[in-house]
Design a protein around this ligand. Structure first.
Ligand SMILES: *Cc1c(COP(=O)(O)O)cnc(C)c1O
Length: 326
């Protein structure tokens, strides 16, 4: 049985990532503080290498490969940021990478993954099981599978973003973190418990699929159908087993945000803070806005998880009016 990482693993991950990942900036806005009535600190992982925090977990996992694993290569399945993160980390470390991606993945994501030198294996997302294809490739070719969130080294790597946030701004009253499979939330929770013990930790997931909230409240992982939402980085059907061990123990609550609320947050980020954030990256801030008065006067951390979005889609969303058709 694999065991979840501890904060010591987040510290080791930070040492491995030193000089490889950006120490991303923490932005603040007087205007946003005024509107919320609190002091907000935004950790900008949209400005991370390849455009999302996922580089941290992928690099940490691949950097721990032994010589044999490095020679044989890595395999993963993802149509999103984890694919690009593994491809980039593998290129840096000189490890061959194979990515299982749907034939209909966005052209930009396919191109970015190929550009990083990875080999793409296509599949039909309606008839084939990507996890099975990944496992088969791993077995046939001797590749090491690095899944997007249910992996101790990935979780520890993701926790380094929140570690930097606490180091830069000190203790906080609450931390808001986007939630898909739970790699980012579990790693962030380890950092919060170690560096700011009194800090409340909230995961925020799409309203269209509140499996994380149901899982936390019921004490067991709930599986749902793929939710229809513009937050494509959080379209997971269930949280991972290892992340859930930490989430169940130490996360205070899980909130939800609608697609319309995510677009509003994207607009505020663009207009007020001049940053491009993808819909999934807006979940944390949308969660703060949902709580509203409950956080007034507090010091609040928000993880902005990524900024990868096709520009035409981005422009169309900002132009609105956005109706949440999914
Ligand atoms: C993957 C991803 C998430 C969700 O992370 P998990 O570790 O799966 O919970 C959130 N935001 C962005 C931008 C992502 O790429």
């Amino acid at each position: 049985m694999p065991t979840p990482p501890s904060y010591a693993d987040v510290e080791s991950a930070a040492a491995r990532l030193d000089g490889q990942a950006h120490r991303t900036p923490v932005l603040t806005s007087r205007r946003v503080n005024g509107e919320i009535g609190a002091r907000l600190f935004f950790k900008c992982e949209n400005l991370q290498r390849m455009g999302a925090f996922k580089f941290r977990g992928a690099f940490n996992a691949l950097a721990r490969f032994d010589a044999g694993q490095r020679r044989a290569g890595v395999v993963t399945y993802s149509s999103g940021n984890h694919a690009q993160a593994v491809a980039l980390a593998a290129r840096i470390l000189g490890i061959p990478a194979t990515i299982v991606m749907p034939h209909d993945a966005p052209a930009g994501k396919l191109a970015a993954t190929l550009e990083y030198g990875a080999q793409i294996v296509g599949y039909d997302r309606y008839t084939e099981d990507r996890e099975e294809i990944g496992r088969e490739l791993a077995a046939e070719r001797g590749l090491t599978l690095v899944p997007p969130y249910d992996h101790a080294d990935v979780m520890a790597g993701q926790g380094t973003a929140a570690k930097e946030l606490f180091e830069d701004v000190g203790e906080l009253d609450a931390l808001f973190v986007p939630l898909g499979g739970g790699g980012l939330l579990s790693g962030s929770t380890l950092a919060a418990r170690a560096l700011s013990p009194g800090c409340r930790v909230y995961g925020v997931e799409p309203e269209a699929g509140d499996d994380g909230r149901q899982s936390l409240r019921g004490g067991a992982i709930v599986h749902i159908a793929t939710p229809r939402t513009i937050a494509d980085g959080a379209q997971t059907q269930h949280v991972g087993e290892l992340p859930f061990e930490i989430i169940r123990r130490d996360v205070d609550d899980i909130l939800v945000a609608s697609d319309a609320e995510l677009v509003e947050a994207m607009r505020i980020f663009a207009a007020t803070m001049k940053i491009v954030v993808e819909p999934t990256g807006c979940l944390g801030f949308a969660g703060v806005r949902r709580l509203g008065r409950e956080v007034s006067g507090q010091r609040i951390g928000v993880i902005i998880s990524g900024g990868n979005i096709d520009l035409d889609r981005y422009a169309a969303m900002l132009a609105g009016p956005w109706s949440a058709r999914g």
